[in-house]
Design a protein around this ligand. Structure first.
Ligand SMILES: Nc1ncnc2c1ncn2[C@@H]1O[C@H](COP(=O)(O)OP(=O)(O)OP(=O)(O)O)[C@@H](O)[C@H]1O
Length: 254
């Protein structure tokens, strides 16, 4: 049984080694995401962001370590947690022959959404999907697919939302609109969001705390403001590059 007010995510020594004898893709990751906060997972290509998210969702079995989502241990009690979670990832395609509305209906039914018809109508309006709601998902542009994927991610009004690159392939205006929508959703629902991103401006705007990943380990963490101060930088991109290149603060400000 979960505690009265469990954190959104409790992650303990989470490790994934894809093949024996190779370096772990995720190596002893430990953090606690409180309810109601949005955190960022930052790291270069291959840092372990997608592997982490796949384990948090129970899509990938950890080599060792533990994930407790919304008070439910993912190794034992995954479905209780998944009902109140959702995600979007550019690596997971929506069934491409189904129309946008049919896709949303499939996911609404999977998640047991009450009054699914009404919820889908609301999402179509909120995400401005009306122009292509009856087109097969496979025929949409990358940006349109991203919007549908986000609508799908909110279909069950999740308490915990895991987003892998939520604004990849969106034009700046649409990207900005998606950020506003996510902010509003978190504020109105009290949901927690974990966001993997390469977009530093996005992370600075949305996240109260950032985990900097390198080689599957957290090499630094803090609020965007604290990280900027610590590294003596003006934007998170510079902090990120300092960390990626292994520069300490003294060298970074020199
Ligand atoms: N299915 C797999 N089999 C073997 N190795 C894998 C597999 N998936 C990922 N890896 C390796 O695990 C490491 C972490 O990859 P991961 O995709 O989690 O990183 P990422 O931070 O999401 O990267 P990106 O920003 O490029 O998406 C990389 O070295 C990658 O090559």
């Amino acid at each position: 049984m979960g505690a009265m007010n469990p954190p959104a995510l409790l992650v303990e020594a989470l490790t994934k080694t894809y093949a024996a004898g190779t370096a772990p893709a995720v190596d002893g990751l430990t953090f606690t995401l409180p309810m109601g906060q949005t955190w960022g997972l930052l790291g270069g290509n291959g840092a372990g962001k997608s592997t982490t998210i796949a384990m948090l969702l129970g899509l990938l079995v950890p080599t060792s370590g533990r994930v407790v989502a919304l008070g439910h241990d993912m190794a034992r009690d995954r479905f209780a947690a998944l009902a109140r979670m959702n995600f979007s990832s550019p690596y997971i395609a929506l069934p491409h022959r189904l129309t946008v509305t049919e896709n949303l209906r499939v996911y609404a039914d999977l998640y047991g959404v009450p009054d699914a018809k009404r919820r889908i109508a609301d999402l179509v309006e909120q995400f401005a999907l009306g122009d292509f709601a009856t087109r097969p998902a496979g025929q949409l542009s990358a940006g349109q697919k991203t919007r549908v994927a986000l609508a799908k991610a909110l279909v069950n009004q999740p308490a915990l939302l895991l987003l892998d690159e939520p604004t990849a392939s969106l034009d700046p205006d649409t990207g900005d609109w998606v950020r506003t929508t996510l902010e509003a959703y978190a504020a109105q629902s009290g949901a927690s969001i974990l966001l993997a991103s390469h977009n530093m401006a996005e992370v600075e705007r949305l996240c109260s705390n950032v985990l900097m990943l390198k080689g599957g380990r957290v090499v630094d963490e803090g609020s965007p403001a604290a990280l900027l101060e610590k590294y003596g930088r003006d934007d998170l991109e510079e902090v990120f590059l300092d960390i990626a290149r292994g520069r300490a603060r003294a060298e970074a400000v020199a």
